[in-house]
Design a binder for this molecule. Structure first.
Ligand code: SF4
Length: 489
């Protein structure tokens, strides 16, 4: 257990971090939805092409990636120091810092803060961390309505749906579906609404305008927090965030512990990496930064809620902690062949795709999200795309090993996988046994047709139920070597 920041028992992540079904079951259902696959294929292909074009413009892209990785690794090694510095800077500039061990504590803090203002509703900037803790449900239970003001988040909220992508939460919806949701759920919408992007955006604008102008409380997440000055930073594309961050009297920001960076100069690196990797843009359209409270300008009350929810437990694993370097750009989702086919809901967590497969199990504990580290072909596309060089394939293998160890220590009877691996190890430890096994495997040629074996007897049938096995070659490698070169290989 981590003793980071004096916490003797690192809290487990709770909230929207795991689904009702394991990934293979949910993925099978998603694969049957051809409309979903078409929507995802179209959207990810477009974003991939945009990202590739703007990344190719920078001759020092690899150096920037390395700088991003180094800043994150340094920050994680000294996280306690930088968080304490952030707290004292925010406090010195008129803000109030709250520490939340988990989702339940964070929700309680936010609900109490909103209740103290007497506001019946809040406006929200798109924020995955508030999705993670299920803040909207907690506010609703307290009789407070939360307006999602990001267009995609609004579509998800009105559709009583769940986000399926980090950056584009409604990526699984096409224009016709969005129009239907608006006509059904927006009381004030024009009944003649068309499904053109301009018409849909205008409908959302009109719907949200009243909320922007009347809300007394704004709620946001944060992309970065600068420890040396106590400055918070939010990047967004629609201008809705700017409205939420400046118009209300009270601003509450919920931020995962890992979002802190040491200094302003670090933003120089991330401001180049993030827009190019996420939306395929050279520069972010709206970048808002604020430091504490400024009399007569913007919210006059500012609260920062620093959320653990499993992060210190992830930090305690020196290999796994790389997942905390993530800047939530979503590039790994857009290049992942598994994500492109299943979509985000199959992952069960608000963090889908390759980063979700390594982050969610660490936040909740590997046994509570055991199927996610296996939701990958280990092709490595996510590692190549990641702007902070998170080695996701190695993390997946690491978490698989942790899962196997946890299962082995929890069960006194060895699993079939453990028995198979022990048998393979015994065979491979002896040249004579290995040669005999190779000879025996060639009997499998009798089952093959056209170079493939379509059905193997039990227990190997578990493999051929879903895939073919290659037919063993006529010669073993050793026989080939002897014939070609003479002697032993
Ligand atoms: S893991 Fe890397 S590529 Fe994936 S969302 Fe995080 S920063 Fe982006």
């Amino acid at each position: 257990m981590s003793t980071f920041l004096g916490i003797p028992n690192a809290p487990r992540g709770v909230g929207h971090l795991r689904g009702d079904e394991p990934f293979p079951v949910a993925a099978r259902k998603a694969l049957a939805d051809t409309q979903l696959r078409r929507n995802l294929g179209k959207a990810t292909t477009t974003i991939r092409a945009k990202r590739a074009a703007v990344v190719a413009e920078l001759p020092d892209w690899e150096e920037l990636r390395e700088a991003g990785r180094a800043i994150k690794a340094h920050t994680m090694r000294n996280l306690g120091h930088y968080l304490t510095e952030l707290e004292s800077q925010v406090t010195a500039r008129g803000g109030t810092v709250h520490w939340a061990r988990d989702a339940i504590e964070a929700n309680r803090i936010v609900v109490d803060l909103v209740r103290a203002t007497g506001a019946p509703e809040v406006v929200k900037v798109k924020s995955i961390v508030t999705d993670e803790i299920g803040l909207n449900d907690a506010l609703a239970a307290a009789g407070i309505h939360a307006y999602e003001t990001d267009l995609a988040e609004l579509i998800v909220q009105l559709g009583k749906d769940r986000p399926s992508h980090i950056l584009v939460p409604a990526i699984h919806r096409n224009r016709a579906e969005i129009r239907d949701i608006f006509l059904r759920e927006m009381g004030d919408v024009d009944p003649g609404l068309t499904d053109t992007p301009a018409a849909l955006t205008e409908a959302a604008r009109l719907h949200l305008r009243r909320a922007f102008l009347s809300a007394r409380v704004g709620i946001s997440g944060a992309n970065f927090a600068v420890a040396e000055t106590g400055t918070l930073c939010v990047l967004e594309s629609e201008g809705n965030g700017r409205m939420c961050l400046t118009l209300p009297e009270t601003l509450i920001t919920v931020m995962g512990l890992e979002k802190v960076v040491p200094a302003w100069r670090d933003l120089d690196v991330f401001m180049q990496l993030l827009p190019r990797s996420s939306t395929g843009e050279r520069m972010n359209p709206y970048t808002s930064m604020w430091t504490g409270v400024t009399p007569g300008d913007g919210p006059q009350e500012f609260h920062l809620v620093l959320l653990d929810n499993g992060r210190t437990a992830a930090l305690a694993d020196e290999t796994g902690r790389q997942a905390l370097h993530c800047i939530r750009c979503s590039a790994c989702l857009n290049v992942c062949p598994v994500y492109e086919r299943t979509g985000g809901h199959a992952y069960g967590s608000v963090y889908p795709g390759p980063i979700g497969a390594v982050l969610s199990p660490q936040l909740t504990g590997v046994e509570d999200n055991a199927s996610l580290p296996y939701a990958s072909s280990l092709c490595g596309a996510c590692y190549d795309a990641c702007p902070v060089k998170i080695d996701i394939p190695s993390l997946l293998v690491h978490l698989r090993a942790r899962h196997v160890e946890e299962v082995a220590s929890a069960h006194r009877v060895a699993s079939p996988e453990a028995i198979t691996m022990a048998a393979a190890s015994w065979v491979m430890a002896s040249p004579a046994r290995w040669a005999a096994a190779q000879r025996a495997s060639r009997l499998g040629r009798a089952l093959g047709r056209g170079g493939r074996i379509r059905r193997l007897p039990w227990p190997l049938s578990a493999w051929t139920t879903a895939r073919d096995a290659p037919e063993p070659p006529a010669q073993t490698f050793r026989q080939w070597w002897q014939a070609e070169r003479g002697g032993r290989p």
